[in-house]
Ligand binder design. Structure first.
Ligand code: AMP
Length: 422
């Protein structure tokens, strides 16, 4: 029986990989411009990191983690990372990055894992580009990460994305929010879904972003988090909005946008594809001033985002951002007769000289090798024939012009380098 890849995963084949590479190049270049250093953390972490750093009352932790027991005598519980912020915060602490001049600005690209029902735009292994700033509570830092995310989409030629913005306050104003929400939903909870009934006890703020139709209807008249902000959070939000205006970044105020846990503070944002249905978010982020402390560190403010790369690529497929097809080899070496040894050396010499060179490995006839070189889109073909070789020469065919000449073996590499402009 043939073995298939696990559900919700994908193989990225060469043509597709070129589109990924383009995306990644834009990310690296943009992050360089904005002054972010790349960080690569492990694919799996101690489960506790996510219990604390994502939160036990979240869908990710409750339903979606790939958790397994390690091996050995002191085997602990490990989890394939479902997101990147908690691992980056852990790495910031563990490597003492708080001792560097602050803020520390980091970015990552990599696979994340969530057990969820796969569908278009939702997978069990997917990739995120994330950026984080540690050690800055200035709302200008929030504006910078938002600008970085929006510029990324702009550079890819993606238009029509909407920035949704909210503030969820801090541990000081959160109790006021909770109280008002509990008061409102207590009267209506019988009409809400089962998840929201649980949320009312554990995490009432999250009722606000429930996707169930019945709950959407009920929350229409619910109190808005922004109306409950304390003076400091209110001012922070005002300043952020002013910076976004200064940067010409339009946004929609969205009081339903929440991150329900205590260490998510102040700014919350999402980048939405209007009309895309259930999987309408390409990215999201916000401030997490309590996170570093939550995972065992000192109090360090932080703000960042994570963008979904599969969803970004799906948008690129819908129009903008086409990538040219892969060019063929610059030189294809063909053998005629017993000249395989020379051909092997020639291909190596060409590659060493920086030329994109290839050859046949399946024992094709001369005619079939020529045909194959044509299919690959080779620019030049070197034909190594027994007779020519005795005279120290090889035949060289310009595939574009259809002309064939002979060159001396020792001059061939230089000749071809000049011909392809290298
Ligand atoms: P989150 O960490 O849940 O805020 O997700 C940030 C972004 O990652 C989302 O806006 C999506 O673009 C992407 N994303 C999250 N979960 C998935 C998934 N299961 N499959 C594909 N992309 C996802």
């Amino acid at each position: 029986m043939q073995i298939s890849r696990p559900r919700g995963t994908s193989d990225i084949l060469p043509e597709e990989a070129r589109r990924w590479r383009k995306l990644e190049n834009v990310i690296h270049e943009l992050c360089r411009l904005y002054g972010y250093g790349e960080i690569r953390t492990p694919i799996f972490e101690t489960t506790d990191l996510f219990l604390r750093g994502v939160g036990e009352a979240t869908d990710i932790v409750e339903k979606e983690m790939y958790t397994f027991k390690s091996k050995g005598k002191r085997a602990n519980s490990l989890t394939l990372r479902p997101e990147g912020t908690a691992p980056v915060a852990r790495a910031y602490l563990e490597n003492g990055l708080y001792a560097l001049p602050q803020p520390v600005k980091l970015y990552y690209i990599g696979p994340m894992f969530r057990y969820d029902r796969p569908q278009a735009g939702r997978y069990r292994q997917f990739h995120q580009f994330g950026a984080e700033i540690f050690g800055a509570d200035d709302p200008a830092a929030d504006a910078e990460v938002i600008a970085l995310a929006m510029t990324f989409f702009k550079k890819l030629g993606l238009k029509g994305l909407e920035l949704h913005l909210n503030s969820v306050g801090c541990p000081e104003c959160r109790p006021v929010m909770r109280e008002k929400l509990v008061e409102y939903f207590n009267l209506r909870i019988q009409e809400c879904c089962q998840d929201c009934r649980n949320r009312l006890v554990k995490n009432p703020l999250r009722i606000l972003d429930c996707k169930e139709d019945s709950c959407r209807e009920i929350r229409r008249g619910a109190p808005s988090p922004v109306d409950c902000l304390c003076t400091e959070c209110g001012a922070h939000f005002e300043h952020l909005r002013r910076y976004l205006d200064l940067l010409n970044i339009p946004y929609h105020l969205n009081p339903r946008l929440v991150r329900g846990l205590d260490y998510y503070t102040k700014t919350a944002f999402e980048i939405i594809i209007p009309g895309a249905g259930a999987q309408d978010a390409v990215g999201g982020g916000g401030r997490y001033d309590g996170l570093v402390q939550e995972i065992g560190g000192r109090s360090v403010p932080g703000v960042g985002f994570a963008l979904g790369l599969e969803r970004t690529l799906l948008l690129m497929l819908d129009g903008a951002g086409e990538v040219a097809t892969a060019p063929g080899p610059e030189v294809f070496v063909v053998t005629a007769g017993e000249t395989r040894d020379t051909a092997t050396r020639l291909v190596a010499d060409l590659r060493a000289a920086g030329l994109v060179a290839d050859r046949d490995y399946t024992g094709r006839s001369l005619k079939a090798q020529m045909k194959y070189a044509g299919k690959l889109g080779a620019r030049y073909v070197v034909i190594v024939g027994e007779d020519e070789l005795r005279g120290g020469r090889v035949a060289l065919k310009d595939m574009e012009a259809g002309r064939q000449t002979e060159v001396y073996l020792e001059e061939m590499v230089d000749f071809l380098r000049r011909a392809v402009g290298k």
